[in-house]
Design a binder for this molecule. Structure first.
Ligand code: COA
Ligand code: AMP
Length: 630
């Protein structure tokens, strides 16, 4: 492939040629003659004249190439004590049959299907089955509560929802069906049918609109892949923005397939017959790209792991999986390693497994703190590679592309931009800052293939959220700097998004929930540093004059309210009733100041503060609680 510099240069000097060559890694029904259509700028379209089917590229083409007996997907589930391997031929057959089932239910090209499932093979099968018939899937993370699911159902307006009777969280069985029923009750849009995978741990009662997955596939006829336009949506994935309404990130078919396939070799160094284990969830972009689509597009084996890094049953499970399936590349969030380290500080459990085939550990989803980087490097003795990306981008923006050339690592930096990403750092007036100076991290348009072309049904919000801050640039929402050698340092978000255990959440949406409580006059939620989860939310509320209940009672109710409205995944366990919130003279709540104090920083008090005493009174409350040593 040449050096990093060679490859990067060829992507900037001739982007069209670069991506058309990358497109040769995909089997097209109609091969694209053009790479980029800029005629609708700032809405760009990749491979405008290409036609393909992503499921064909992920499954059928490998079977046709004689790889039918190779393992495609391994489901490893310590929480149920089961494991099962699907070969490419078996997975293709299961997908084709379920696609036939969906078709029988009236799902076709362009229809949406919401998938609300635990980490079971049927989740991946449902995603690929949608892709097979040109339907658009929208996977909703199982940790979200019914109201969050309802918002997504209303926005995506699916014909069918696919779910399971239950998920298993550590030792707890969580019935999914009542959550789904409640969400449909809350939603204005009513999906015609729900397909439920019945699991042995807890079967669900099925109603008139429900079908048992097993019964549906028993009578379904397998169907072939339907070619679609490269620019057609493959999926919608909702992600947290600054308000309670999540953003429906749209992913196209052609650009995504090309970029992911390219990244598998160039970034993750994974090819046919090799094994990748991504410890995440299909509900997140990491799961979409590197549990399901990426490894399968590459003809590799992917591990779908149903369990946690610790406690299911111990902190050695990631090593067991790596050893058992000969994992070459492992990918997870730093928080998983912090959890393992907490349980097994010396990494004694790793010594019990043969990790000789493990070549790389990739980490993303949140900032990789240098301590975790050093611990993982020393333990595994393989390159530990931080890389930075977002739901919106679909694949990494900045990484150390070991499949091209491994660069020396600088702890704290995910290394340099990948081909296709023209990353800049700007000051508030839109001027580039000198090397080493912090500012807003932006990407010059057009974004490369694979990145979001727009938001579902909301071109206006797409422009408002990402393109309007700096003309000609995509606003990542992260701040940081680029050093003199081109290494990017991502320091944190500039908006209300926080990363809790690698899960992206909106403090704004938590505030919206707190504000619904009848006793709450005003509130703020801030993300504070946490030694395990990276960040955790903390709520501060002021009660209405005349509220009679005990503050402790209200605090407990508020914790429960967020759990019921957003989900357990929000991890809001700390809400404090306070006499007042610090504000500017114009009434803006000083969230950044509170966050800085909570994190133990020497946070300057803005000159615009209305009453400095409010901050002083709050200091003890802000400084209490979990560690600040990330
Ligand atoms: N369905 C239902 N509930 C879920 C869920 C799901 N799919 N996922 C998480 N939850 C629940 C958890 O059970 C927990 O509930 P609790 O408050 O009753 O204990 C809550 O949501 C918070 O979950 P989480 O933040 O994941 O905390 P945890 O203590 O269960 O696990 C880690 C902590 C670090 C082990 C875990 O978050 C992890 O492995 N993270 C790294 C990998 C990853 O998934 N990254 C995502 C993007 S790459
Ligand atoms: P998500 O859309 O859930 O993937 O979250 C994306 C956000 O997570 C980014 O905008 C960053 O704030 C953060 N993030 C992801 N990867 C990294 C990383 N390697 N370093 C720092 N922050 C990261």
């Amino acid at each position: 492939m040449g050096t990093y510099e060679d490859v990067f240069r060829s992507s900037t000097e001739d982007p069209e040629g670069f991506w058309l060559r990358a497109a040769e890694g995909i089997d097209w029904d109609v091969a694209p003659q053009r790479a980029l259509d800029s005629s609708g700028a700032p809405f760009y379209r990749w491979f405008p004249d290409g036609r393909l089917n992503v499921c064909f590229n992920a499954l059928d083409r490998h079977v046709e190439a004689g790889l039918g007996d190779q393992p495609a997907l391994v489901h490893d589930s310590p929480v149920t004590g089961t494991r099962r391997t699907y070969t490419y031929a078996q997975l293709r057959d299961e997908v084709a049959t379920f696609a036939g089932g969906l078709k029988q239910l009236g799902v076709g090209y362009g229809d949406r299907v919401v998938i609300y499932m635990p980490m079971i093979p049927e989740a991946a099968i449902a995603m690929l089955a949608c892709a097979r018939i040109g339907a658009i899937h929208s996977v909703v993370f199982g940790g979200f509560a019914p109201p969050e699911l309802a918002v997504r159902i209303d926005d995506a307006a699916p014909k069918v929802v696919v779910s399971a009777s239950c998920g298993i969280e550590g030792k707890r069985v969580i019935p999914y069906k009542p959550l789904l029923d409640r969400a449909i009750e809350l939603a204005g849009h009513k999906p015609e049918k729900r397909v439920i995978v019945q699991r042995a741990q807890e079967r669900a009662e099925l109603g008139t609109h429900d079908l048992d997955w097993a019964e549906l596939v028993a009578t379904a006829t397998p169907v072939d892949c339907v070619p679609v336009a490269a620019t057609d949506p493959l999926y919608i994935l909702y992600t947290s923005g600054t308000t309670g309404k999540p953003k429906g990130v749209v992913r196209d078919c052609g650009g995504y397939a090309v970029a992911l396939h390219w990244s598998m070799g160039a970034v993750y160094d994974i090819g046919r017959g090799e094994t990748m284990f991504t410890g995440s969830d299909v509900g997140w972009v990491v799961g979409h790209s590197y549990i399901v689509y990426g490894p399968l597009l590459a003809g590799a084996t992917t591990v779908l792991y149903e369990g946690k890094p610790v406690g299911t049953p111990d902190a050695g499970q990631f090593w067991r999986v790596a050893a058992e399936y000969g994992v070459k590349t492992m990918f997870t969030a730093p928080t998983a390693f912090r959890a393992i380290r907490k349980e097994d500080p010396k990494g004694a459990l790793a010594a019990e497994y043969d990790l000789s085939r493990l070549r790389y550990l990739f980490l993303a989803g949140e900032r990789l703190d240098p301590e975790t980087y050093h611990w993982a490097s020393a333990l595994l003795d393989v390159p530990v590679i931080d890389h930075w990306w977002q739901t919106e981008t679909g694949w990494p923006i900045v990484a150390n592309p070991v499949g091209i050339e491994a660069a020396p690592v600088r702890p704290g930096s995910p290394t340099r931009p990948l081909p296709g990403w023209d990353v800049r750092v700007l000051d508030p007036s839109g001027q580039p800052v000198p090397p080493g100076v912090d500012g807003a991290i932006v990407v010059k348009l057009p974004l490369p293939p694979g990145a979001l072309p727009t938001l579902w049904n909301d071109d206006e919000r797409f422009i408002g959220s990402y393109l309007s801050a700096f003309d000609g640039y995509y606003l990542t929402g992260d701040s940081g700097h680029i050093d003199a050698d081109g290494y990017v340092f991502v320091m944190g978000r500039t908006d209300d998004v926080i990363n809790v255990a690698g899960h992206r959440l909106s403090t704004g949406s938590m505030e919206e929930v707190l504000a619904t409580h009848p006793d709450v006059a005003e509130c703020a939620v801030i993300g504070v540093a946490d030694a395990l989860k990276g960040q955790i939310p903390r709520g501060l509320v002021v009660l209405k004059a005349g509220a009679v209940r005990e503050p402790a009672e209200v605090e407990a109710e508020l914790v429960r309210l967020v759990r019921e409205h957003i989900g357990a995944v929000a991890s809001l366990k700390d809400v404090a009733v306070v006499p007042a919130l610090p504000k500017t003279r114009s009434g803006k709540i000083l969230r950044k100041t509170m966050r800085g104090i909570a994190d133990g920083l020497d946070e300057p008090i803005p000159s615009t503060v209305d009453d400095p005493n409010v901050i002083e009174d709050l200091r003890p409350v802000l400084r209490r609680g979990p560690g600040h040593d990330v």
